[in-house]
Design a protein around this ligand. Structure first.
Ligand code: HEM
Length: 186
């Protein structure tokens, strides 16, 4: 996992819970990196899991909620660092259906060693998108947050439902629709 994900995460923890909590979770997690991250470095995903589990215990917030909130926060970082990518798209469904074949392709070049999910488009209409998420890291709540923020970015409301296909969250179906009506199956 890239350093930018760790530095952003620790920034968020500091802003929301304070520097003492940052110190606590770093100590508690017994990290190989000792909690020293540079934004261009690459670190073991296990470190992120340990930090999240320590934080969840300390602040008594479920893991899924923490990862979702981190996704909301991380989106703003992505927009600040890569405004050009967002400027290429005029519509949230166009952007979301281009992650796999364009956005994360660029990301792989910009961030060597990035560990990215796979998205497979099942159905795409003007107002609806059905997409499958695959990742060993099971960061589907992070994905949900980024999707919701993508709609907000274009001043549009959204309704995003997810269905776990694998219980551990490594394979998840997303049913995405522009507001006014849930996703219409078929
Ligand atoms: C300009 C747009 C974007 C950029 C630059 C970007 C970049 C990145 C980077 C750097 C990572 C971390 C990789 C690592 O730690 O090794 C990441 C992970 C991820 N990205 Fe993107 N991303 C963008 C848009 C999106 C959007 C719109 C989604 C919406 C679903 C998305 C879904 C994810 C997910 C779910 C992960 C976590 C890794 C996993 O699940 O395995 N990304 N992205």
């Amino acid at each position: 996992m890239k350093g930018i994900v760790f530095t952003g995460f620790l920034d968020m923890v500091e802003k929301k819970f304070g520097i003492e909590i940052v110190d606590h979770i770093i100590t508690e997690s017994k990290l190989q990196s000792e909690g020293v991250y540079t934004s261009v470095g690459t670190y073991d995903f296990v470190e992120m899991q340990s930090l999240l589990v320590s934080l969840s215990k300390k602040v008594a917030i479920p893991l899924d909620d923490l990862i979702y909130n981190y996704g909301l926060y991380f989106f703003d970082t992505l927009v600040n660092i890569h405004p050009g990518i967002f400027a290429l798209y005029k519509d949230p469904i166009e952007l979301l259906s281009s992650i796999e074949n364009h956005i994360h392709v660029q990301v792989r070049k910009l961030y060597p060693g990035a560990e990215l999910p796979t998205f497979k488009i099942i159905k795409k209409h003007e107002d609806e998108l059905e997409i499958l998420y695959f990742s060993e890291r099971a960061m589907y709540m992070f994905a949900k947050a980024l999707m919701e923020k993508t709609f907000e970015h274009y001043d549009q409301d959204s309704q995003i439902q997810l269905e776990k296909i694998e219980n551990n969250g490594t394979k998840v179906r997303f049913l995405i629709s522009k507001k006014n009506g849930a996703y219409q199956k078929n």
